[in-house]
Design a protein around this ligand. Structure first.
Ligand SMILES: *[C@@H]1O[C@H](CO)[C@@H](O)[C@H](O)[C@H]1NC(C)=O
Ligand SMILES: *[C@@H]1O[C@H](CO)[C@@H](O)[C@H](O)[C@H]1NC(C)=O
Ligand SMILES: *[C@@H]1O[C@H](CO)[C@@H](O)[C@H](O)[C@H]1NC(C)=O
Ligand SMILES: *[C@@H]1O[C@H](CO)[C@@H](O)[C@H](O)[C@H]1NC(C)=O
Ligand SMILES: *[C@@H]1O[C@H](CO)[C@@H](O)[C@H](O)[C@H]1NC(C)=O
Ligand SMILES: *[C@@H]1O[C@H](CO)[C@@H](O)[C@H](O)[C@H]1NC(C)=O
Ligand SMILES: *[C@@H]1O[C@H](CO)[C@@H](O)[C@H](O)[C@H]1NC(C)=O
Ligand SMILES: *[C@@H]1O[C@H](CO)[C@@H](O)[C@H](O)[C@H]1NC(C)=O
Ligand SMILES: *[C@@H]1O[C@H](CO)[C@@H](O)[C@H](O)[C@H]1NC(C)=O
Length: 473
């Protein structure tokens, strides 16, 4: 989702969803999180380092180091919001080729950094230039034009050697009228049909399929989710990735991965569909795209081993720039300017990728669902912590210190860092070093209290394991 009108719609959907299984905030002061040093969950893979659109149409316009230093992992695009002569398939072959060119530039950029690329065919079709009076796939039961579109696009992707690391995201947010102005059943017909066309072509065996890519959160109270599941099960057209979007206002618990992740598992089970990886191929609202929100989302996605791509809330040319608000410029809306600088969240993603190396630890987010932590260890234990843009008093309880060679009580030197940046476009170079303090602890547990007065700051804490040869900083 990239435009504000759909945000209004999303909020009303949230308000009307009445899913019973959602955890809700308890006591607002219940901001305790836990890092269990005795429970490791495999090497860091920076699952959250993806974003949608955000890549300029001129290849190489954003210097490579900006992609490299965040371990760019996943892109997703299809040429949205390009005007004539690049409006997409329904405007004629030349408009189709224009959009395809922009999409291939994004694909090439992703592959240059070993990132996978999620194709948005609805863009290439030209949905953003459409309205209810436009031609939509399958209108009046006639799929001829759409089938030709799909097979042409497949042939062009193959001809351009664009199948490696490719994911075909069948249709974006069909539950929003902006992206789909026809019935739910016509969309499910489209889903099943497209899946079958792609899977009938052996050359596309290595191409993944994702869906349903709904904007509505995944609960069995959603007719879009349950109808889709029933029919993909019936047709054996199960995608390789269960894709959906989490972009509600901060604090909307029904759009919290902590609730949606288990709900998807339960729904798959209840429809007899084998488990598939979940991917949040749009995460975080614009409000949450500040350092605190970045650390919160990273922690959530890592806990559930779920790849994520940052949502992009820009319009027009800027949608194809700024790496979904990870970058800024003197004039961020001057599309051709190249004075790129890191925006406030960039240093969080850089630290996440460059510094949080080694094994990850099992963590528990706060019971009020507003604060979360991500933790790794090589020689140094590093903890990244952030709130869902809330202020508050939080604690990080680092348990089982003895399992990394420290005594069960004593004191430890902890270095603290703050990731600041109040606003989306403030150039921000790295975290602020808050210094090293001695923390006394007992009971094998180090308690780090945080009194958070700003709603934008993310924090990192570092200390050495007992096995580390070096002591102090
Ligand atoms: C819907 O999901 C909830 C939570 O998983 C479950 O308790 C309930 O039985 C489900 N309802 C139906 C009709 O499947
Ligand atoms: C992480 O902790 C949770 C809850 O305590 C537990 O269910 C899960 O098995 C743990 N994961 C690992 C990898 O140990
Ligand atoms: C698309 O790109 C090709 C190769 O770069 C170029 O020859 C062609 O003119 C472009 N077409 C459009 C419509 O932009
Ligand atoms: C609707 O889309 C058609 C093209 O598909 C266009 O000609 C028409 O102007 C659009 N109408 C509105 C109200 O935007
Ligand atoms: C297969 O999908 C179609 C939609 O294209 C649907 O009408 C039909 O009911 C599905 N079949 C089964 C057995 O679910
Ligand atoms: C992160 O690691 C890089 C190099 O690996 C180092 O230059 C940088 O100072 C580290 N950043 C922090 C905040 O420790
Ligand atoms: C953060 O706080 C500022 C100043 O109090 C406020 O204007 C802004 O709306 C808040 N942002 C969020 C995401 O809560
Ligand atoms: C944090 O706790 C202190 C008291 O220990 C209180 O004065 C302060 O208002 C709390 N801060 C927030 C943001 O809740
Ligand atoms: C880790 O810490 C928790 C909480 O203190 C404790 O219940 C658990 O037994 C510890 N695990 C190990 C392996 O020491």
């Amino acid at each position: 989702m990239w435009s504000s009108p759909s945000q209004c719609l999303l909020v009303s959907l949230v308000a009307s969803s009445a899913a019973g299984a959602v955890s809700t905030k308890r006591d607002n002061n219940d901001g305790a999180t836990y890092v269990n040093l005795a429970s490791r969950k495999g090497p860091s893979q920076h699952l959250a380092s993806g974003f949608i659109y955000g890549i300029p149409d001129t290849f190489g316009q954003i210097p490579s180091h900006f992609y490299e230093n965040i371990g760019f992992q996943y892109g997703r695009a299809g040429g949205a919001q390009e005007g004539a002569p690049d409006r997409g398939w329904i405007w004629g072959l030349s408009d189709y080729q224009g959009r395809l060119n922009s999409t291939l530039t994004d694909y090439k950029t992703c592959r240059e950094f070993d990132a996978d690329f999620i194709l948005l065919p609805h863009d290439v079709w030209g949905t953003d230039q459409s309205n209810s009076s436009t031609v939509w796939p399958g209108d009046n039961g006639d799929w001829t034009n759409y089938d030709t579109f799909v097979t042409t696009l497949m042939a062009d992707l193959a001809a351009n050697d664009a199948l490696d690391g490719l994911v075909w995201d069948i249709w974006n947010e069909p539950d929003l009228s902006l992206f789909w102005a026809r019935s739910m059943q016509q969309w499910i017909d489209l889903y099943v049909r497209t899946h079958k066309i792609i899977r009938a072509n052996r050359q596309f065996d290595r191409v993944k399929i994702s869906g349903p890519t709904l904007s509505e959160a995944p609960y069995n109270t959603s007719i879009w989710w349950t109808s889709w599941m029933q029919q993909i099960k019936g047709n054996n057209t199960i995608p390789d990735q269960i894709a959906y979007h989490l972009e509600a206002a901060p604090g909307t618990d029904s759009y919290d991965l902590a609730n949606t992740y288990p709900s998807v598992l339960a729904m798959l089970r209840s429809f007899g569909i084998p488990e598939r990886p979940q991917i949040i191929n749009e995460y975080a609202s614009f409000t949450e795209q500040i350092p605190s929100g970045a650390a919160f989302w990273i922690s959530r996605l890592e806990r559930y081993e779920t790849y994520g791509l940052r949502g992009n809330w820009q319009d027009g040319n800027t949608l194809h720039d700024l790496m979904a608000n990870l970058l800024t410029k003197a004039d961020p809306f001057d599309y051709t300017a190249t004075d790129y600088m890191p925006a406030p969240e960039y240093p969080v993603y850089e630290y996440y990728y460059r510094n949080m190396t080694g094994d990850r630890f099992n963590t528990t987010g706060s019971a009020n669902l507003q604060f979360d932590v991500y933790a790794t260890m090589d020689q140094v234990i590093r903890i990244l912590a952030g709130s869902q843009t809330a202020t508050g008093n939080w604690t990080i309880n680092v348990e089982n210190l003895s399992s990394i060679g420290l005594a069960t009580e004593g004191s430890v030197s902890v270095k603290s860092l703050a990731f600041n940046g109040n606003g989306h476009y403030v150039a921000t170079y790295g975290p602020v070093d808050l210094g090293v303090s001695e923390y006394a602890y007992s009971g094998d547990t180090l308690v780090i209290p945080i009194n958070q007065n700003t709603n934008y700051t993310a924090y990192a804490f570092e200390f050495r394991s007992g096995d580390s040869k070096t002591h102090g900083w």
